[in-house]
Design a protein. Structure first.
Length: 494
């Protein structure tokens, strides 16, 4: 296994649990990828993940993905997930809405502000549920390619496979403001509603609203460490601070890895959790792949990166008045917000307050805030603008979180260059390839590759970005290797 992000950890843990000989090699000094945490004095910050869904049992389909994975590995009791409710808060000119983390509450909260739209709201949520159910069914029980059977089993996915979120919102909702409000979470997927896949957005939204949104006590590094511990407990190895120089290929088959120190390690299969372009062009070599595959990769667009300001404050924040995740938009125009991100001058911001869920992350009487704005890697000379951008995000947050600027105890910025340096994702891409309709499903590279013995996990492969997406890829690859249907992955013994 090359790389220890959540996709690689999920695959490695399941394979080790099934009795396979597993070696996971990670260049960083800790596993987790974008899920890793870091300390600054008395403060423990998550690098990029704010909230996840599917951490507890639900009334259907055996529970959320993370709950099922941890239960299958026998490590669920090693972690505590704090439920986040409201799921998020949306702040626009003249309106602020705390969105409950349950289906009825989600509809009721929006309908209270836009009562004439209640019927359309309920229809929209039902379509989102249908997408989620069909996506799970497709992942766990692959259908034949008979078109008639596909239409019978996955009518919603087929109807919306090329639809943007904006298009589907327009079909169900009359009010432009309500459409904007319903699209509040678009930064979690990196594209505004006019460009974002409805299918992927619906799956993400329901993972929070239907399954529940959660924060991992002790930071999301705990989740990564428990998965790595499961690998080790089942006889596998996890090696840190060990960059991979190349993936060995013999007789047109991946057959192991060569570490930066020259050590060669043979393997019957290699799984790459690394950046796909680096995997193909640097670790393997483009000559090992057919031209159509390379041409297909060249047509794909990486997602945006982010600028994050990590802040500690002694402001007296409380759950009753401050939400775990709040999005502040200066206008109702998400295309304008996205355009400001492309210019490197974001006009909007999200504010995450993880210490509301886990006070142990900071000393008593202090809170941590993650101030996040999506940006393009090449928009600015980040080395020169890092300090100024950190101050800018604090100033933007101060407009909404009154008194913040004068009560900052610590602040540090992370640029797209920072994210690229620690994860080796090209351009610091947050979600691998962007999550437009043409970049999901069959439009995204499969977990299997044209090079025999080489598999992919993570957000550069199917199904896509986000914790749920990358963990799903890890489960799928483990099932491919074990010769097991995805629906059986949580069975006893593996």
């Amino acid at each position: 296994m090359v790389g220890g992000g959540f996709g690689g950890l999920a695959a490695a843990a399941l394979l080790a649990r099934a009795g396979k000989s597993v070696l996971l090699v990670e260049r960083h000094d800790r596993v987790g990828g974008y899920g890793h945490a870091f300390r600054r004095g008395r403060y423990l910050f998550d690098s990029a993940i704010h909230v996840v869904g599917g951490c507890e049992p639900v009334a259907y389909e055996g529970g959320g993905l993370i709950h099922r994975l941890l239960s299958a590995l026998g490590v669920r009791d090693q972690l505590h997930f704090e439920r986040i409710d409201p799921c998020y808060e949306a702040v626009y000119p003249g309106l602020s809405l705390r969105v409950p983390c349950d289906l009825d509450g989600f509809v009721d909260a929006h309908a209270e502000e836009f009562p004439a739209e209640e019927k359309g709201l309920r229809e929209l949520v039902q379509e989102c549920l249908n997408v989620r159910q069909e996506t799970l069914r497709a992942a766990e029980s692959p259908a034949s390619f008979d078109l008639g059977r596909l239409h019978a089993r996955f009518p919603t996915l087929l109807r919306y496979r090329r639809a943007t979120l904006a298009r589907v919102l327009e079909e169900h909702i009359e009010s432009p403001r309500l459409r904007a409000l319903l699209g509040t979470l678009w930064p979690f997927l990196g594209l505004p509603p006019s460009q974002l896949s409805f299918v992927y957005f619906a799956t993400m939204l329901m993972s929070y609203v239907a399954d529940g949104a959660y924060y991992c006590r002790g930071s999301f590094q705990r989740l990564a460490d428990v998965l790595a511990g499961s690998v080790r407990a089942n006889g596998g190895e996890v090696v840190l601070r060990s960059p991979v120089r190349r993936i060995a290929v013999e007789r047109r088959r991946a057959c192991g890895i060569v570490l930066e120190n020259g050590q060669r390690i043979g393997a019957s299969r290699v799984i790459s959790n690394a950046d796909l372009l680096q995997t193909v062009h640097e670790l393997v070599g483009a000559q090992a792949f057919p031209e159509p595959y390379l041409a297909g990769l060249a047509r794909l667009r990486p997602s945006l990166s982010a600028f994050v300001a990590y802040v500690a404050t002694d402001l007296p924040l409380e759950r009753g008045t401050t939400s775990h995740e709040t999005f502040y938009y200066p206008s109702w125009d998400h295309d304008a917000a996205h355009a400001s991100s492309l210019r490197g001058l974001p006009a909007w911001i999200s504010v995450t307050a993880p210490t509301l869920a886990d006070p142990t992350l900071a000393p008593e009487g202090e809170h941590l805030l993650l101030l996040t704005a999506l940006v393009r890697h090449g928009a600015l000379r980040w080395r020169e603008h890092k300090a100024a951008m950190t101050n800018t995000l604090v100033a933007i947050a101060d407009r909404w979180v009154g008194g913040l600027a004068g009560r900052v105890r610590f602040q540090e910025g992370a640029t797209p260059r920072t994210l690229e340096r620690y994860t080796r994702n090209s351009g610091g891409a947050l979600y691998g390839w962007e999550l437009s309709p043409r970049h999901i499903g069959p439009g995204r590279p499969a977990t299997s590759t044209p090079l025999a013995g080489l598999h992919l996990v993570g957000h550069w492969t199917q199904p896509g970005g986000g914790v749920t997406g990358v963990m799903t890829s890890g489960v799928q690859v483990a099932c491919e290797i074990l010769g097991r249907e995805p629906g059986l992955w949580a069975a006893p013994g593996g």
